[in-house]
Design a protein around this ligand. Sequence first.
Ligand code: K7E
Ligand code: CUA
Length: 651
Amino acid sequence: MKKTINILVTLLFAFGLFSCDQGKSDGDKGALASNAAEKVYVAPGEHDEFYAFLSGGFSGQLSVYGLPSGRLFKVIDVFSQDPQESYGYSEETKPMLNTSFGFIPWDDSHHPDISQTKGVLDGRWIFINANNTPRIARIDLTTFETAEILEIPNSAGNHSSPFVTENTEYVVAGTRFSVPIPQRDMSIKDYKGKFKGALSFVSVDPENGGMELAFQILMPGFDYDLAHPGRDKSHGWFFFTTYNTEEAHSLLEVNASQNDKDFIAAVNWKKAEEYIKAGKFKTMPADYAHNVYSDETHSATSTMLKEVKVLDASELPGLVYFLPTPKSPHGVDVDPSGEYIIGNGKLSANLTVHSFTKMMDAINNKKFDGEAYGIPILKFEDILAGTVNQAGLGPLHTEFDGEGNGYTSFFISSEVVKWKLGTWEVLDRKPVYYSVGHVMIPGGNSRDPFGKYLVSLNKITKDRFLPTGPEVTQSAQLFDITGDKMELLLDFPTIGEPHYAAGIPADMIAKNSRKIFKLSENKHKYAIKTPQEARVERDGNEVHVYMSMIRSHFTPDNIEGVKIGDKVYFHVTNFEQDFDVPHGFAVIGGHNPELLIMPGATETLVWEPTKVGVWPFYCTDFCSALHQEMSGYVRVSPAGSNVPLTSSLGE
Ligand code: K7E
Ligand code: CUA
């Protein structure tokens, strides 16, 4: 096995160099020689056909692009603080980043997935995982803002997440790293047999999207890498890849590559629901945060939850089966019919495809090939639907076009390969620049993909764009997949490291996009609805400023009586009721970034003045011809001064 790895590593370098040398020749010419430019050109004022949501990887955010243009529209703040929108800085949004480990202003986000109804995208919400401090976020696609974040206890490295089931019954969270459960002080050397992996099923309220940790399934101490739901005939099942079935705890690059086959874990979540109903769970103490943002109060709350229902896969028959799958599979993907389960063995040249029908036959006939920790292992030959032979090197992920074809990314040979479901023949291959991770077809993870485009999310950019020092942008490449052969149309730079993406026709979302918040419905504790309510109030050393903003002034704009040692809370309400008229607020010496406040909303900035004087504040968003006039002063007096607290406008 060690030899195999060495060969693969050698190949990796060989192909890496090969790709770079080739970069400026064939691939580019293909695009230039065709009408690619026309196909991606969206005329000024026209709109794109699809939204594409690209995960930010180590940026912790989610970026929104248009396809086919590759234009960037927005970066949605999810797991990282962002000065542009003051997310995670304003008093209202700080609770969103609360966890059982305290305030965590960053994460590593990989897999966006759009909510579904009856197996097709419904465009209501998009979910995304946090790897490092395990969490799942739900983003509301009417506001393009993070609405909810749920921490996942008993988990470490929340990677196989948050893929959604056919009716968004659940989003899942499989642990990448197995750990002691419950966590305790023990020797790492005792890993084998003692560490466990939790697969979490988070239910989603069909009305409002509210997430709840419904149950966890306790699994052997493997690494649970990726997941995808069954659909149509396999609805009710969820598939998770594993690696490190060796249960190594050190030098995994060698020790976790010993077994020729690892497993895809097939989880019967309908069975799990029965076991929960029948009370076959243990309630375990746990510690995890549930953070919810409200568009009515324009504020988030964070609640710490204390327990979780746990099902033990070793003790509950029929809950989990293992499908042997060669070569440390990374992605597991389910085709639109729900019949084929594709294992992308990352140290392999072939793709293994399992048959759901055969899997069920084997289960019903109890044809097992031993067990692991009480979980039955099916026979590889019994469940095999077919193999895509010599497809490429290092398969990672597969998507589908709804026309009977799969598209697999190959990291080592740096290419996307199109192949036919059922006959398993390779139909086309195109190089990508360079070393692709996921590929994305809009709706590619549903019963009904939209086809048309494929986006390749590449790990390495090298010479594709102008250099920007040692760190260069990550890159996406857009392919037209309507013909027999894929056609490269466009390279566009991306933010962070996009792992996976989700795409959806623009008209499914654009028509629901929120324009303003109604001021009359603003339930923020410190909101004001009329300029007459604007005021300043002292409560010990806290000063609360109830402030409004409308083109082009603040009410009040002169404040006196603030003293050194005070904590000043500016509660600022934007009175505008027109689309696209945010105002900003910033004050000199402020430790937090400015506030960008949407029409009808209220936000709070805390300011602790450290210097005596008269200090300006101003609007940070160019909102009208008199934007530069939109400003004011705060007088700060020494501690103990008796200047009365007053506020005014136009006096
Ligand atoms: Cu392959 Cu995190 Cu889905 Cu990156 S993961 S590529
Ligand atoms: Cu308000 Cu500029």
